[in-house]
Design a protein around this ligand. Sequence first.
Ligand code: UDP
Length: 280
Amino acid sequence: MARELWRSVKNCDRIVHGEKSRKQEVFYRMRANLFGVGIDALGMEETVAHVAGLVSTNRPAWVMTLNPEYLYRARFDHRLLDLARRADLVTADGEGIVWACRVAGCPVPERVTGIDLMLGLLERASAAGWSVYFFGAGPGVAAAAAEKAHREYPGLRIAGSRHGYFQEDEERGIAREIRDSAPDLLFVALGAPKQEIWIDRYLEKTGAGVAIGVGGSFDVLAGKVARAPRWIRRMRLEWLARLLRQPSRWRRQMILPLFVWAVIKEYKLKKTRQDSQGNN
Ligand code: UDP
């Protein structure tokens, strides 16, 4: 197992894998550090490549797509903070996180959302022969998403699918069902933080190579919810389009201005104060 060395540079951490000695390859990746949560400074392609690396190890791994709402709540809820710290790879899911990393002085290349990462990984899975399990969303949606993926990505191996509405006493059975299908990739679409709590509790039991929480992505893949047009996404306004299409999300999105203010307070105002104290 690669050794991990951490070196802190302001709000950036440099994670070095491997030994420097002999011919063994040494590589590192940067991680932004926002409110104590590491966010991998990887673009979409690099993230897919990194997940491919995780699939090839024997250890089950967990990828978290971190959005501003989750990070804001994690500042007050230690359980959520702890979960985010335990994930093997954390992506910047949303313009809010990309912006905050820039303000904190450790920019990440682009946002890597759950839906985009899932689509990128499905393409890779069909080329590499990985099997994929879809767990979550309303009855029929996971199966429809799996069917659509099978049609769009020829040769994709579907390990199985199951909807995400269950009682607590069914959870072990679900993990066993997933284990029996031996997936390389497990997409968990229960919404945050339910999916993170579930992955943390059951990842080992499912025996999946890599588990990823993907929120409402099955609804989009299955065609139940339309995604904002590309030009809106390019203008970085997907959050607004989602709010207009699903007004029930307003309560959740109320957190966004609070998140922005928390980032400004922590990484702009505090820094300005420290700088001016340093000059005196
Ligand atoms: N969901 C589920 N089980 C639950 C609660 C939610 O499977 O007990 C599903 C829900 O049907 C939806 C997804 O989780 O497909 C959450 O979507 P949302 O858009 O809220 O997630 P986000 O992408 O914002 O994290």
